[in-house]
Design a protein around this ligand. Structure first.
Ligand code: ASP
Length: 438
């Protein structure tokens, strides 16, 4: 059995790498072959990849809702809920600030973009999309119509309404119990739906990787290697350094065990470029693999997917220094401090979906007076960096969830330390024989 268990995580990884290789080969040798482009890249890979992403997104809203109701009812009182929320919020802000400070420091030392040849850059246009002002972000926390919030998948509004709803289930006491019990059963069902979807993950991951890399060859990186390299380096440094140190010091858990168990969620984040779409897998990893109690995970994970973006902050830090260097603008200490503050604030109001990092970057550039057109320079490599930073974003969400759970004594260390706990392979589609007789 254990060998079988091993094979599923490895299987997803193998399919992911195969997708990368197949895509890169197509990009290198068959980018002009119409048949391959039409039927494979924009046909099969596109359809399978899009189906897989839709299947993941389909799980997010019902899973978060039922899981959050169980979580709040499990916590049992509003004060504890407030304390958990505040701790998570402060830690999310702290890690984002640490991430961008690290990024700016490394970028200033390495100096990417100094002597950059503008000719090598793509002459793409970047028009900054309008970003919501902070006041609006705060106002928008409360949905005017919860159904509309659910229908559009507005995470912060859904979290707000669901928590309020669940607190009121607690407030009506005994009469509310059937509802919380019902939510528990529905949550079990949704977790099983996650398991079923994860069964097709290897193929979905393959299709996403193959499509991305056939459109986006690795050769694109070359002219931007200094920028790309610094972002990639700081992403790794933050994930294996800052986050692991926090896990060790504040969470008193083994960082290596944590990383090992986060692998599946990281692969999903990498191939979907969306922390939001990865929520079902992150939740599953944090609860079943790391042993965090549902009462903490159900709340902190979706909250983190929306407001915590360490990887994105890193990209913004490096991009700011890079563009400032390219245009020969000296931002000075106060400029960089503004960038740090802005990046932290910007991450709160923007959801974890593909490419949102660039929108946040436009907000930051606006604030410090860097030319927004500069973003066009880095757009070429952004797709790849989006994949990498999303994996770091998701790792940050899970790390803080673990630390908060540890502080609240809401984590089973037995599960955490068991290398096989909650393996993906435990997913099983029921055989007909085990279904109830009709
Ligand atoms: N794709 C990232 C995420 O979902 C956000 C970004 O950096 O664009 O976390």
């Amino acid at each position: 059995m254990s060998q079988q268990k091993m094979s599923m995580t490895t299987k997803i990884l193998i399919w992911m790498v195969s997708g990368l290789v197949v895509g890169s080969l197509i990009n290198a040798f068959a980018s002009e072959v119409t048949f391959i482009q039409d039927y494979l890249v924009n046909g099969l890979f596109h359809v399978v990849g899009a189906l897989f992403i839709s299947a993941l997104k389909m799980l997010v809203v019902p899973l978060v809702t039922f899981s959050l109701i169980c979580g709040v009812c499990g916590i049992g009182d509003v004060n504890t809920l407030g304390r958990v929320g505040l701790k998570a919020f402060l830690l999310f802000m702290l890690t984002t600030a640490l991430a961008i400070t690290l990024a700016i420091t490394v970028a200033v030392v390495v100096g990417p973009g100094e002597g950059f040849d503008m000719q090598t850059a793509e002459h793409a246009e970047f028009t900054a999309p309008a970003a919501p002002p902070l006041t609006q972000v705060i106002i928008d926390l409360v949905p005017t119509n919860p159904i509309a919030a659910y229908a559009s998948g507005n995470m912060l509004q859904i979290i707000f309404f669901t928590i309020l709803f669940a607190v009121c289930i607690l407030m009506i006491g005994e009469r509310g119990r059937p509802i919380s019990q019902g939510a528990e059963k529905l949550n079990d069902v949704m977790m099983e739906v996650v398991n079923v979807v994860m069964h097709v993950a290897p193929i979905g991951v393959f299709a996403l990787m193959a499509k991305t890399f056939s459109l986006q060859g690795l050769g694109l990186i070359l002219p931007m290697i200094s920028y790309f390299g610094v972002v990639a380096f700081v992403l790794v440094l933050h994930m294996t350094g800052t986050l692991m140190m926090l896990l060790k010091l504040l969470g008193r858990v083994s960082p290596l065990m944590f990383l090992k168990k986060m692998r599946t969620a990281q692969i999903f984040a990498f191939s979907t470029s969306s922390s939001n779409a990865t929520i079902p897998v992150t939740l599953r990893s944090v609860e079943n693999r790391l042993g965090v109690d549902n009462s903490t995970a159900s709340f902190v994970v979706p909250f983190g997917a929306t407001i915590n973006m360490d990887g994105t902050a890193i990209m913004q830090g490096v991009a700011t220094v890079f563009i400032a260097n390219v245009y020969g603008i000296d931002l000075g200490i106060s400029g960089y401090l503004t960038v740090i503050g802005m990046a932290v604030l910007a991450s709160i109001g923007t959801a974890g979906v593909p490419g949102v990092g660039l929108i946040m970057l436009a907000m930051v550039f606006n604030q410090v007076g860097l030319p927004i057109e500069g973003i066009a320079l880095i757009m070429g490599v952004d797709r790849l960096l989006d994949m990498m930073r999303t994996a770091v974003n998701v790792t940050g969400d899970a790390a803080i969830t673990t630390i908060v759970a540890r502080a609240e004594d809401k984590i089973s260390m037995e599960t955490f330390n068991d290398p096989d706990a909650g393996q993906v392979e435990e997913i099983h589609l029921p055989h007909e024989a085990s279904l109830p007789e009709k």
